[in-house]
Design a protein around this ligand. Structure first.
Ligand code: ADP
Ligand code: ZN
Length: 339
């Protein structure tokens, strides 16, 4: 079993992440952080079907209400969000009670935002069940829902009180969802000396990713500066995701986006293409094809219509000559040329 401490809000507080093989340490590690008499477990239909009562033993002294949303990104909408708030109120949840999000990134984002907003914020515990959410999104305090104008445009920074990662939940995760997680994990290989080959997805691989993320988030929780490094692969990745009509999974788009970041880096810093080739080989070993099939022009158009635009320049995360990730403010014309 591994553990991590995540510092939040200018290091004023922190929360613990437990990374375990199974669920047996949940009571020990998490129960102390569950306040109130009532616990709301927010989960999705697929996770609920596979794991209908993982909490029944450990929460037997609490009143547990379960809220099941449909599995999939569509659940991150304003209607589902409002319905959850109304149900919590109908069921008499108070500010002292606790919400547990049990599922992947969708449940984490949606349930986390419910926790951030219900009665101006209630206790949140995160129990991620996908590789992507274990290795990345369950830590860092970002919560969000989608609105008509775009994904994640409504949300809050709202860190949980504790996170419990049971790697055992991955046994039932479909292969495509594993690949989705690999994409985001590849990002971390450029942010420290962590290496990843996909052969061993165990507690320590997840620990390594979260350790890097924790170090970055502790310095910049609100993404004003170095947290932007975590967006490596995301500028082009988001464009690919959008162009695919959100059919391509986020992590896969990030993996392809990293390939573009390397392509742009080579041109910007003027080094050879060895690093990119090596990356493509690694991705291929993980069954991730870096080709995206979209033209440079359509990628560019999609990027500039996105939210992180700054006048005539855009912040992109590149890999410098020393192999380190770096935030570069790039003129849009140059980005168009390098894509
Ligand atoms: P992500 O974590 O990638 O953001 P989702 O929350 O949409 O994505 O989860 C991806 C899919 O995997 C969903 O259909 C979800 O119901 C399903 N899922 C989540 N966890 C598990 C699990 N441990 N076993 C099987 N399926 C799971
Ligand atoms: Zn991401």
């Amino acid at each position: 079993m591994l553990g991590l401490k995540i510092k939040t809000a200018k290091n004023k507080s922190s929360y613990a992440v437990t990374i375990a093989k199974d669920f047996s340490a949940f009571t020990d590690k998490i129960l102390p952080f569950i306040s109130g008499e009532k616990v709301a477990v927010i989960t999705d239909s697929v996770v609920n079907e596979i794991y209908p009562d993982v909490f029944s033993d450990c929460l037997k002294n609490k009143i547990v209400c379960k809220y099941v949303v449909s599995s999939g990104e569509e659940s991150k909408n304003t209607d589902t969000f409002a319905a959850l708030l109304n149900k919590l109120a109908e069921d008499g949840f108070t500010r002292e009670d606790t919400i547990i999000t049990f599922g992947g990134g969708v449940v984490g984002d949606l349930g986390g935002f419910v926790a951030a907003t219900y009665m101006r914020g209630v206790n949140l515990i995160s129990v991620p069940t996908t590789l992507l959410s274990m290795a990345d999104s369950s830590v860092g305090g970002k919560t969000a829902i989608n609105i008509n104008k775009g994904k994640n445009l409504c949300g809050a920074f709202y860190p949980p009180k504790a996170v419990y990662i049971n790697v055992g939940f991955l046994k039932t995760l479909p292969h495509t969802e594993m690949l989705n997680g690999y994409g985001e994990m590849l990002k971390y290989t450029f942010l420290s000396d962590f290496d990843f080959d996909g052969e061993t997805v165990d507690e320590s691989a997840i620990y390594e990713c979260l350790k890097i993320k924790a170090a970055i988030v502790a310095k910049d929780e609100r993404e004003k500066g170095i947290r932007k490094l975590l967006n490596l692969g995301h500028t082009v990745g988001h464009a690919i995701e959008k162009l695919s009509g959100f059919k391509l999974p986020h992590g896969i788009c990030v993996a392809k986006g990293i390939d573009y970041a390397l392509k742009i880096s080579e041109k910007y810093f003027g080094y050879g293409d060895g690093r990119r080739k090596e990356y493509e080989k690694k991705a291929e070993k993980l069954c991730i094809d870096c080709d995206c099939g979209y033209s440079a022009e359509s990628l560019f158009e999609t990027i500039v219509s996105d939210k992180k635009r700054f006048g005539s320049g855009i912040d992109v995360i590149l890999i410098n000559t020393n192999g380190k990730a770096e935030i570069v403010r790039m003129k849009l014309d140059l980005l168009r040329e390098y894509l």
